[in-house]
Design a protein around this ligand. Structure first.
Ligand code: NAD
Ligand code: ZN
Length: 356
């Protein structure tokens, strides 16, 4: 299957399928002078060999490996990777392949966007969450004071999504990926959302996974195409994220995965939509789905509403101390609204009580 993404610089294809990593020569132009595969220490053990073996023998292939984990999205690793680019003499006709999850996609994409003022890169996502990060052109590294503070908009020339690589994902990463999948369903398609709520992640088939990833990418791509630089509707993609970012920052990154935090943020979004704006979102069914799939909803009992509010104020997307939330009138009907601090505090306390 494939999805075409249109961006202001160029259109590119997202190929989705089983075992694509074994046939890379078919999908990658033979015109590159050299290739640098950037990956992390965990993904390397699983898939680097397959990827190297399936690239053309006519083109020199180099590799660079960074430690697995969010802390590699740093200035230090970025510099090291630039050193590798220089050492192996990548030129303007060279290609970078980002083989890994969202961390590698963001880091290697940022290297590609700045080395020689930008060279081609291909995303080869290996996590479910990366269905989100590999499309849309946002690449970045973190600053000690905040996530993704240093980055650019830079689209890949292609995304090659080998669904088979998801077989080695730990449970927590499957949950994390599905936090963003269900967000995309809530934003776009009531039937799909209900279907997801009826299923269990532990019983997920490869066919289902492939279809969910493809639908998620279509939602993301269609929103990003209409609003590349987040002037308007791209904000909808922040559904569930206002609280999620605050939780991640409060608990410390790594305590809970990004997508798990988003899943909890979506619960708060439902609460606000229903209690303050009269929506009738299926909050009970969603709570059960979260429980059945072991999402860490109990983190809510470890946070303090007043501290969450302060964190939301500090969010780089908060302007002039106004906290804007993306809410839903109903499934597939998002809007942005400003919510008063007192109401946020009250609803958060209520939710914390409900889940305690
Ligand atoms: P990740 O890349 O850190 O991967 C999570 C863990 O899974 C890592 O330990 C990794 O080594 C391991 N892993 C990856 N693939 C595997 C596989 N196939 N089998 C076994 N283990 C595997 O994290 P992620 O959740 O994929 O992505 C999170 C990152 O994405 C964050 O840095 C976030 O900021 C970024 N992100 C970016 C965007 C964007 O638009 N650019 C959107 C969402 C998230
Ligand atoms: Zn997200």
């Amino acid at each position: 299957a494939s999805v075409t993404v249109r961006s202001s610089s160029h259109d590119y294809e997202v190929l989705i399928g089983k075992g694509l990593r074994h046939n890379l020569v078919e999908f990658i132009s033979s015109g590159y002078t050299s290739i640098l595969v950037i990956t992390d220490s965990t993904v390397k053990d699983h898939y680097l060999q397959d990827v190297k073996e399936s690239l053309s023998e006519a083109t020199p292939v180099f590799t660079a490996v960074v430690p697995a984990g969010e802390s590699s999205k740093s200035m230090v690793r970025y510099e090291e990777l630039l050193d590798s680019c220089v050492d192996v003499k990548l030129d303007r006709k060279s290609l970078i392949i980002a083989l890994g999850g969202g961390m590698i996609g963001d880091l290697a994409g940022f290297v590609a966007s700045t080395y020689l003022r930008g060279i081609d890169y291909i995303q080869m996502p290996t996590t479910i969450l990366a269905h989100d990060s590999s499309v849309g052109g946002k690449v970045a590294i973190n600053h000690p004071k905040g996530k993704n503070l240093i980055g650019s908009f830079y689209h890949p020339v292609k995304v090659i999504y080998d669904i088979e690589t998801m077989e080695t994902l730990p449970e927590s990463e499957i949950r994390s990926g599905y936090g963003e999948v269900i967000k995309h369903a809530f934003l776009s398609d009531e039937d799909w959302a209900h279907r997801l709520l009826k299923g269990k992640l532990s019983e997920l088939s490869v066919k289902q996974l492939e279809s969910d990833i493809m639908k998620g990418i279509q939602v993301k791509a269609s929103i990003v195409e209409k609003d590349e630089r987040e002037a308007g509707i791209r904000k909808y993609l922040n559904l569930g994220h206002t609280l999620a970012h605050a939780i991640e920052a409060e608990l410390g990154y790594g305590e809970i995965t990004h997508g798990e935090a988003v899943a909890v943020g979506l619960l708060f979004m439902m609460k606000l939509s229903n209690e303050l704006k009269g929506a009738q979102l299926p909050i009970q069914a969603y709570k059960e789905w979260l429980d059945d799939n072991n999402y860490p909803v109990s983190v809510l009992t470890r946070i303090r509403p007043d501290r969450m509010l302060e964190r939301m104020m500090l969010d780089k997307k908060t302007l002039r101390r106004k906290i804007n939330f993306v809410l839903l009138h109903e499934l597939s009907d998002p809007y942005v609204v400003e919510i008063e601090e007192a109401q946020l505090l009250e609803q958060m306390s209520l939710l914390i009580n409900e889940v305690s």
